[in-house]
Design a protein. Structure first.
Length: 93
């Protein structure tokens, strides 16, 4: 088995782990933010507008972290597979 195949296999595995992790984390984070907002609205219905603003901001931050993790996962998936090509190009082969 060549080193390129091993690097590609490890990259795919790392991408799968990162993708599963950010999917799970985003789901849990969105659920926590939303449940706390519902609890706050139940306690103080007159502050509903203000709470909804913070809910949207909170969910936005959670989703932003998910996109950052997706970008990191895609980098891990594609960058190491291109590493041997870049190394050969820099070596002049």
């Amino acid at each position: 088995m060549s080193p390129e195949v091993i690097i590609a296999a490890i990259s795919v595995l790392a991408f799968a782990i990162i993708t599963a992790g950010f999917a799970l984390g985003t789901t849990i984070g969105d659920g926590v933010v939303s449940s706390r907002a519902v609890e706050a609205i139940a306690r103080q219905p007159e502050a509903r507008g203000n709470i909804m603003q913070f809910l949207i901001i909170g969910v936005g931050f959670v989703e932003g972290n998910a996109f950052i993790a997706l970008g990191l996962g895609l980098f891990i998936l594609f960058a190491p597979t291109a590493l041997p090509i870049v190394a050969k190009a820099l070596a002049g082969h």
